[in-house]
Design a protein around this ligand. Structure first.
Ligand code: ATP
Length: 645
């Protein structure tokens, strides 16, 4: 039905109200999910499962939601399972008696350790069957594994995995294995989980109070907002249980010390295009700021004696990496006791000339435990936004108001803490002149922002990025994932000669091909990548199976079909000439009428971004569609101008 509840019974096994949720109920739901690629059906199935959990065992809802999101703790805590395929295979060997070589051979044949684990387990007989696994138990064990450290931790982790394996039945082994690998989300992105949870909580409110019917869209928006401000299912479910969606709005709000999902810009390739995107329909006033080439940084200070912290664009804790930047921001305060969250870019500067240096210099800094005395390349913080001040959320204030609060409460210090340079402009020529100046001052271009817009997590049309380098080409670079390789010939014998590159479709958890790339690589790059990618190669048979670990959308045409497939892991920045609709590629295929994809023409490798971005952070298919559309807009405008002249 339209409310997202199918009234289908959730798959076996059944369980009594109040009893712990059997892990098999979740595993069976995930198995059903694998049979379809349709996102709406995923939402419906998960919604059914969550509703049953809320009705029978609401206390298990948190562990169930975490498990199906394949998360152990809030992402910003940076606590991962730390379990590689090696440990899993050894645990499998210990619990099934299958030799490691045999497991390796089977992985090669099946292309998925989860299926191999399931096959190994199913042939085992146990005299005294252990009690069935429950979601809560599995989740607690995962948390224990993630928190193990020290030199004995590998053995301890293996033991725990072993004990989980010995209780597994049917498809449970497959999903435990994939959860351990962190590869479950391929079919179930965070957006799908949040939508399913929102739908479930509207239909079956966890606080037991039937709310006046309100739209599912509204419920999903509220759920997404709470997630973007807390990144915590624990907090969200506690609030929903206490007082439904109303409590979500009061209890799950921005808090200093917890990173908020950053606001991002849409790509554009001309001043006209940027202005149209940002102020087009609403004719709001814009500000144009220098676009610095550094590290996005959210500075958090809870106030009083509490420690301040810094977070990256991906909620990674940067506090230990930039102690100098932290000091500069704290020194900039006019009211030292007041809490705040400030958004900014940290940029490397030349120690003698104080000129801005490229991003690559910043990446040479160690990742943690940096001592101020040993810093070789100093930084400057360019502040551009204020999300929270003196105990109050500013997210619903306009940028004009937020910027004023930033300027009223923080003072600039030459070369260490500054407001992002910018001007409030609407004249295209003036913006073009500022763009030129930004490039002369060693910036990448401009950020064009609506002054009347609120702070929105994720990519928003209220911000546009305008990069000078790419204005005459594609307007922006893209970050793509190599998913296939072509065996090198001639000078490139022994390495891959080219790669099949894909974007990531967040909605469907699908890697969709965008182009083949073979230029821009140094010999050293090719050697390094060929080695890394050979370790990631996967069998063709896995892609053909009903339930591969990752979904690839590609054309079978021999002109683009690669010789070898790779597990998605690396992320490379590519620059090209333009975009075209092509039957040879599949990116953004859900947005084209014909089902054909958008492809990047004449692509060139720029740099490896695998350190900063995971494969799911690669450019999304929506992003590629936006690039294609902004190019089409520009071409349209040029044609119109030609006609007029
Ligand atoms: P995105 O962050 O948009 O996903 P990306 O990681 O590839 O893309 P870019 O396209 O290079 O990064 O640019 C966006 C980034 O520019 C922001 O995330 C931020 O780190 C940086 N930036 C620099 N100056 C500003 C500014 N004045 N306002 C906002 N962001 C800025």
């Amino acid at each position: 039905s339209s409310i997202g509840y199918t009234d289908n019974p959730i798959p076996e096994p059944d369980w009594k109200p109040g009893a712990p949720v059997p892990f098999l109920a979740l595993a069976n739901t995930l198995e059903r999910l694998e049979q379809t690629t349709k996102r709406l059906e995923h939402i419906h199935m998960m919604c059914d499962f969550f509703r049953t959990v809320i009705t029978r065992t609401p206390s298990d809802l948190t562990s169930c939601v975490y498990l199906c999101s394949n998360m152990i703790f809030e992402p910003y805590k940076g606590i991962e399972l730390g379990v590689g395929d090696g440990i899993i295979s050894q645990a499998l060997q210990d619990s099934t008696g299958k030799k490691l070589d045999e497991i390796k051979r089977l992985v090669h044949e099946y292309g998925d350790l989860g299926l191999v684990a399931e096959r190994c387990r199913n042939t085992q007989r146990t005299l005294f069957p252990p009690p069935p696994l429950t979601c809560d138990h599995v989740f607690k064990k995962f948390r224990e594994i993630a928190q193990m450290s020290g030199n004995k931790s590998t053995d301890q982790k293996k033991k725990l995995i072993n004990s989980l394996y010995s209780s597994c039945k049917q498809c449970e082994t497959r999903f435990i294995t994939r959860m351990l690998q962190g590869a479950l989300r391929a079919n179930l992105g965070i957006k799908t989980v949040l939508s399913a949870l929102a739908n479930a909580c509207v239909c079956t409110p966890p606080d037991g109070k039937i709310v006046a019917p309100f739209s599912l869209e509204d419920a999903q928006t509220r759920m997404e907002r709470a997630w973007s401000e807390t990144s915590s299912f624990e907090r969200m479910i506690a609030a929903l249980t206490k007082g439904g969606f109303e409590a979500l709005d009061t209890d799950c709000i921005i808090t200093p010390g917890i990173p908020i999902i950053a606001m991002l810009a849409k790509p554009t390739k001309s001043v006209t295009d940027a202005l149209q995107k940002v102020s087009g329909q609403t004719a709001t006033e814009c500000t144009c700021e220098y676009k610095y080439d550094g590290q996005r940084a959210q500075f958090h200070f809870p106030g009083g004696n509490k420690p301040p912290s810094i977070y990256s664009r991906n909620s990674e804790d940067l506090t230990g990496r930039f102690p100098d930047a932290l000091q500069y921001v704290m020194n900039g305060r006019k009211f030292p006791e007041k809490s705040f969250i400030l958004d900014s870019e940290i940029v490397a500067v030349d120690p003698s000339t104080k000129e801005i240096l490229p991003f690559q210099i910043l990446t040479q800094r160690p990742r943690k435990d940096v001592k101020i005395e040993s810093i070789k390349v100093p930084v400057c913080v360019f502040a551009f936004d204020m999300l929270f001040f003196d105990g109050r959320s500013l997210l619903n204030c306009t940028l004009r108001e937020r910027r004023q609060i930033l300027r009223d409460n923080f003072a600039e210090t030459q070369n260490t803490f500054r407001y992002a340079i910018g001007e409030d402009l609407s004249d295209e020529d003036e913006i073009a002149a500022l763009l030129d100046r930004s490039v002369k001052d060693k910036c990448e271009g401009l950020m064009v922002k609506s002054l009347d817009s609120v702070y929105e997590s994720g990519r928003s049309s209220s911000w546009a990025k305008l990069k000078k380098d790419y204005m005459d080409t594609t307007g922006d670079t893209v970050d793509l994932v190599p998913i296939g390789g072509y065996i090198g010939k001639g000078k490139r014998t022994g390495v891959y000669g080219g790669f099949l590159m894909a974007c990531y479709d967040q909605e469907d958890g699908e890697y969709q091909t965008v182009c083949k790339v073979g230029t821009g690589f140094s010999e050293a790059d090719l050697e390094k990548f060929s080695k890394a990618l050979t370790d990631l190669s996967i069998g063709e048979d896995e892609l053909k199976r009903m339930n591969p670990r990752f979904k690839f959308a590609f054309s079978e045409d021999p002109r683009v079909k690669p010789d070898v497939w790779f597990e998605p892991k690396l992320v490379w920045e590519l620059k090209g000439a333009d975009y075209s609709v092509s039957p040879l590629h599949k990116s953004a295929r859900q947005f084209t009428h014909t089902g054909e994809g958008i492809s990047l023409r004449f692509p060139r490798f720029m740099r490896d971004r695998s350190d900063e971005k995971g494969p799911r952070d690669a450019s999304s298919s929506e992003f590629i569609r936006d690039l294609y559309e902004s190019q089409a807009n520009k071409q349209g405008a040029m044609k119109a101008r030609k006609k007029m002249s």
